[in-house]
Ligand binder design. Structure first.
Ligand code: ADP
Length: 258
């Protein structure tokens, strides 16, 4: 019960105050629920690789198995530990973003050469999966970004394009001026995302196909980091996707003024 009586205040003001306190209490309750949900997701996500590690370590130390089997079990243990480190790294980055402890070091960057350089770095990963990466030449556009943090955004999105596309498909990335802003588009011809999943796609740990994403080394944290990083740059990110056709990510930024 949040009805408060303060001396010297009119009924209207008191009503107003009591309503504000009720709203505040609801917000706090919501935050608490969100935190609980987040913590239970984390423990669940950490438990999966740990279960594998424990189980395979247990069988690997038995005497009645062959060296080949032991090797296979150790490989699984190694891979699962790698997944754990990726997840810890992602969580650590998210925590830093949450505390605003991320220093965004803005520099004036010319986008077309910046994007071309990232494409060059990413090309071998695309070629390895027999995929095509196209960086369309764009006009001279300057933006204020933190080159390292922004690279993390583009690499996360391009990595996803690789993970969720078949060989012989094309991924494109380009920048242009649009509606008085700068628009960076990343488009793939992959599996696409079902309409009903799109509203949750930037949520922490959200994955369309849990087991598939897990096998591909996914943590479900990548897109939530991408969104926070884009917003830390004062930008916005949107997604358009159609099942079996592909996905398009749109990143909006302000153009750097002269
Ligand atoms: P993950 O580590 O699982 O890839 P993300 O946060 O990067 O986590 O992505 C969340 C989910 O969104 C993925 O599990 C996948 O289902 C879906 N997704 C992300 N990017 C794409 C894409 N380019 N094409 C199809 N699905 C995607």
């Amino acid at each position: 019960d949040f009805s408060v009586r303060l001396p010297g205040r009119g009924e209207d003001e008191l009503g107003e105050l009591s309503r504000s306190i009720t709203v505040l209490a609801q917000d706090l309750k919501h935050l608490k629920e969100e935190r609980n949900e987040f913590l239970s997701s984390i423990s669940h996500e950490l438990r999966t690789p740990l279960t594998y590690i424990k189980g395979y370590a247990d069988v690997a130390r038995r005497k009645n198995i062959t060296e080949k089997e032991r090797g296979q079990y150790l490989n699984i243990i190694y891979e699962e530990s790698e997944k754990l480190s990726t997840m810890m790294e992602d969580l650590f980055n998210l925590a830093k973003l949450d505390r605003n402890a991320f220093v965004i070091d803005l520099t004036r960057i010319e986008l077309s050469s910046y994007i071309t350089a990232i494409c060059k770095k990413m090309l071998p990963a695309f070629q390895e999966k027999k995929m095509n990466l196209e960086c369309e030449g764009s006009e001279h556009i300057e933006v204020m970004i933190d080159p390292l943090r922004f690279e993390q955004i583009l690499i996360n999105l391009l990595d996803n394009a690789i993970k969720y596309s078949a060989p012989h498909t094309k991924t494109s990335i380009w920048a242009e001026r649009e509606k008085g802003k700068v628009l960076i588009s990343i488009k793939d011809e992959g599996t696409g995302i079902p309409k009903e999943d799109i509203p949750f796609i930037f949520d922490r740990f959200y994955r369309v196909d849990k087991s598939r994403s897990r096998n591909l080394g996914g943590t479900g944290l990548g897109l939530s980091i991408v969104k926070e990083l884009v917003e830390a740059h004062g930008g916005q990110i949107e997604i358009k996707s159609e099942r079996q056709k592909g996905t398009l990510f749109l990143i909006w930024l302000e153009e750097a003024i002269e």
